[in-house]
Design a protein around this ligand. Structure first.
Ligand SMILES: Cc1ncc(COP(=O)(O)O)c(C=O)c1O
Length: 374
């Protein structure tokens, strides 16, 4: 069974977390990267609503998740800024960095972050492409397959005890001690710029999806980890589909955004955060993301791990590759449609046009094969 919390502060005015100028730059850079192409939007049958459109991130830049858009872009931006600050190059763009022209300078720079898989893969990919060193911190529960995928991009992977939030602190400590640069997907007091760039990158996915829809969605489901992607979608909805209702979906064991909404302030969920939805195993909301979601989200939901394998199989049967974290929205939608009173609280019914973000594919192929085996 799910938990549902309607956001009493939905629609209230607030600060601008992701300024348009920053997004224009992010969009221009990312859409110029070699191999860029919008990912597909599938129309799927879902009895009980007018239509379900599934934004399929399973093949994004070959990294198999939308996270390719965020971390790698923040690495590029940081390197360009550092080269300008050091007087090496005033405006190094992606092509210049990838050409190796400034390798003598970028090789001296190390970027770092914590990850439960996908963000670290994106940062490592960016570091390899743009020519800097990279050290990625993982916690004990990050699968071997996900670690190897990061190491394949030439990054050093270091395991630290504890959960995701502990690995965030370990990355920050190592950066402080060694003069490295943290490229985190989560923000906290005193640390906001790279996560803002990461979120601006995610908006490319949201803009693509909203442009691909035949008509604006009435309801949008997005998975929630620290809230970064949900906030990016929220900002883009305000621009492209202001009437849509955003529903943020988290695993039961790590529902820090739902807890924050209930408390009316950013709230940490502690413990092991043990969930099969590895990308969503975050106990501390991102400060910036929360500033957007506290007024942008229409509702917050938590769904159980037990529903994940069946949801992955259901999507596979429809020809869609969706990893463990990607199916949160599917589970939430099915579970609401089975509870008509709750669906009615969201105005969800036969006229609804639903957009769901399938944020990853088989990012751990072995686990994907196991969970989707009949
Ligand atoms: C596949 C996938 N979906 C969703 C999320 C949630 O993103 P955020 O932490 O920005 O809320 C993540 C985070 O790692 C992820 O890997």
């Amino acid at each position: 069974m799910h938990r549902l919390h309607l956001n009493a502060h939905h629609g209230t005015p607030g600060i601008i977390v992701l300024p348009e100028g920053g997004y224009r730059r992010a969009r221009a850079e990312i859409t110029a990267w070699p191999g860029y192409a919008p990912t597909p939007l599938h129309r799927l049958e879902m009895p009980g609503v007018a239509g379900l459109w599934w934004k399929d991130e399973s093949q994004r830049f070959g990294l198999r998740s939308f996270k390719a858009l965020g971390g790698a872009y923040a690495v590029q931006k940081l390197l360009a800024q550092e080269l300008a600050r050091r007087g090496t190059a005033p405006h190094a763009d992606a092509a210049a960095l990838e050409s190796g022209r400034y390798a003598h300078a970028t090789e001296q720079i190390t970027v770092t972050c914590a990850t439960d898989g996908n963000h670290g893969r994106s940062v490592a990919w960016g570091a390899q492409r743009f020519g800097c060193r990279c050290v990625i911190f993982v916690h004990e529960n990050v699968s071997q397959g996900r670690r190897e995928a990061i190491a394949r991009f030439g990054a050093e992977v270091r395991e630290v005890p504890g959960n995701y939030d502990d690995s965030v602190r370990a990355a920050q400590r190592a950066a402080d001690e060694n003069g490295w640069f943290v490229i985190s997907d989560t923000s906290y007091p005193g640390y906001t710029e790279p996560p803002r760039d990461v979120m601006q990158g995610y908006r490319v996915m949201a803009e693509e999806a909203l442009s691909q829809m035949p008509a604006p969605p009435s309801h949008v489901f997005v998975p929630g980890g620290v809230g970064g992607v949900a906030a990016a979608v929220s900002v883009q909805l305000r621009k492209q589909a202001p009437g849509a209702r955003l529903i943020v979906v988290e695993p039961e064991a790590a529902a820090c955004l739902l807890a924050s909404a209930e408390a009316g302030a950013p709230t940490t969920v502690t413990g092991e955060l043990d969930t099969i939805m590895a990308g969503l195993a975050c106990g501390e909301p991102s400060l910036l993301a929360w500033q957007e979601l506290e007024r942008g989200a229409f509702a917050f939901m938590a769904v159980p791990d037990s529903a994940v394998p069946a949801a992955m199989r259901a999507l596979k049967a429809r020809g869609v590759e969706a990893g463990e974290s990607a199916v949160a929205g599917w589970i939430a939608l099915e579970s609401l449609l089975a509870a008509p009173e709750e669906a009615a609280r969201l105005g969800l019914g036969p006229d609804s046009r639903v957009l769901a973000f399938g944020t990853e594919g088989a990012t751990d192929p072995e686990l994907y094969a196991r969970l989707t085996a009949a």
